[in-house]
Design a protein around this ligand. Structure first.
Ligand code: 8X3
Length: 252
């Protein structure tokens, strides 16, 4: 394989899927991780046919250490990962701290923090062996500030922010770049998942203003990844024009 390889988690929807499209278009071979086997296979076939790239699909829930270990079954030439996009993440619930669901909290912490770490440990190990690579972590405005009822979700994204800074320090001697991208409101399945499948409630979140689209974030990721070797984009906070901060959106 001559092409570069990008490994993307949460690849079957939203920012992960948009990113997979963009990297495929740029000729990257792809290792795609997601929980939905059928959608994952469909995407891989599509990319192979349309962009003449190679793909590997791994059906993985990042919360499950044994499933994440499947990464080690990749052939050695597929472990030469140039870009890791740590995208898998979710939000569950929007309740005050005294009323939140423990199951929701476990799901967010297990996915956004622990799963993120399981993936990062294995792939950064390969990058250290190669003495090169670029890790792109998807944070959030919720990792920069805290908003009403965002409590645990905000805490997990603050962890992503802290771990991005930590990775940048630990991996410096190995020449590995670390970029954190922090979006504001992006219209994806994010709110449908946050509100337990309540599509009507989710739709309301993005009414009356122009939210970001997944492709806007994929575009920013590509900008970071395509800089010259001596340039690293440490951190990007990207908001819809109508959103001033974590709590204030101008509704028309
Ligand atoms: C997603 C953005 O503002 O809903 O992380 O937390 S927000």
């Amino acid at each position: 394989m001559n092409s570069k390889i990008a490994l993307i988690t949460g690849a079957t929807s939203g920012i992960g899927e948009a990113c997979a499209h963009l990297f495929a278009q740029q000729g990257y071979n792809l290792v795609l991780l997601a929980r939905r086997a059928d959608k994952l296979d469909e995407l891989c076939r599509h990319f192979e046919d349309k962009y003449a790239i190679e793909t590997k699909a791994l059906v993985v829930d990042v919360r499950n250490k044994n499933e994440v270990d499947l990464l080690n079954t990749l052939p050695d030439n597929w472990k030469q990962i140039n870009v890791l996009v740590n995208n898998a993440g979710l939000s569950r619930g929007l309740d005050p701290i005294d009323q939140g669901s423990l199951d929701d909290w476990d799901t967010m912490i297990d996915t956004n923090v622990k799963g993120f770490l399981y993936i990062s440990k294995i792939v950064s190990g390969w990058m250290v062996a190669n003495q090169s690579g670029h890790i792109v972590n998807i944070g959030s405005i919720a990792g920069k500030e805290v908003y009403s009822n965002g409590n645990v979700y905000c805490a997990t994204k603050h962890a992503v922010d802290a771990l991005s800074k930590a990775m940048r320090i630990d991996l410096l001697v190995h020449g590995i770049k670390v970029t954190a991208i922090h979006p504001g409101a992006v219209e994806t399945e994010f709110s449908v998942v946050r509100f337990g499948g309540d599509e009507a409630r989710a739709k309301k979140v993005y009414e009356g203003f122009d939210p970001l689209m997944a492709v806007d974030i994929a575009d920013a990721i590509w900008y970071a990844v395509s800089r010259p070797a001596h340039v690293n984009i440490n951190d990007m906070l990207i908001m819809p024009t109508a959103q001033a901060n974590g709590s204030l959106i101008l509704i028309k």
